[in-house]
Design a protein around this ligand. Structure first.
Ligand code: G3P
Length: 223
């Protein structure tokens, strides 16, 4: 499973990229607004840090304007994936941009039929928002199962990019289903390593080692 980071916070992206766990990044207008920074300045920095796809979202809502914005974003860096909303104008734009070789991420997906439409429009990624479905009393992970099954049935190349992820369990469950990508808020990505028995075990190893009074770097081992 690929991990993307779901943030426009460049310091967080840089820090996490150093772990080797970051295969791409996703942004949206809300995440950019949260930084209080210039959109293209932020985008430049993210594209310089992350080798994989960096999703940047259009803000136009009508096909012609969406296409123009999408082309501008795609020309900005080689690794841009143009993010388009799940509307008929978005799907028309997805078709046009995809046919000209631009990677498109169709966002704000909340149903399996919407995911089917995006795949038929040639999207490189579909972004089902599982956390928002859970918040509304539905089962977000059931949607991921449905989309993975449908895409398998018809051999669609569109990758399932699990979005609106809230917990480490979301990541595990999406990986069990075989989703292609999870886009993770930095806090969720960091939480994946946590286990109390790891902490307890390490503390015991270090305490026992300290009792020996030895030091690996200061050891007289001839090196
Ligand atoms: O990038 C879009 C998505 O992941 C949004 O998540 O937490 O705002 O529902 P959230």
């Amino acid at each position: 499973m690929k991990f993307f980071v779901d943030t426009a916070d460049v310091d967080e992206i840089r820090d996490l990229a150093a772990t080797g766990m970051v295969d791409g990044a996703t942004t949206n207008p809300s995440l950019v607004a949260k930084t209080g920074r210039d959109f293209f300045e932020v985008l430049r920095e993210i594209c310089d840090i992350v080798d994989g796809p960096v999703s940047a979202e259009v803000t136009a809502t009508e096909h012609e304007a969406m296409t123009a914005e999408g082309r501008k974003l795609a020309a900005f860096a080689d690794n841009i994936a143009v993010k388009l909303p799940m509307t008929w104008d978005g799907l028309k734009t997805c078709r046009v941009l995809s046919q000209s070789g631009i990677q498109v991420n169709v966002t704000l997906c909340f149903s399996a039929n919407q995911a089917l439409l995006a795949a038929k429009a040639g999207a490189a990624f579909i972004s089902p928002f599982i956390g928002r479905l859970d918040d509304a009393g539905h089962d977000g992970m059931e949607l991921i199962s449905d989309i993975v099954a449908i895409y398998d049935n018809y051999d669609f190349d569109t990758e399932v990019l699990v979005a609106s992820v809230r917990t480490a369990n979301h990541v595990k469950d999406a990986a069990k289903i075989g989703a292609d990508v999870c886009t993770l808020p930095p806090g969720v990505l960091r939480s994946l390593i946590g286990h109390p028995l790891t902490d307890k075990g390490l503390a015991a190893f270090l305490a026992d080692w300290e009792k020996t009074g030895q030091s690996i770097l200061k050891a007289e081992d001839g090196t």
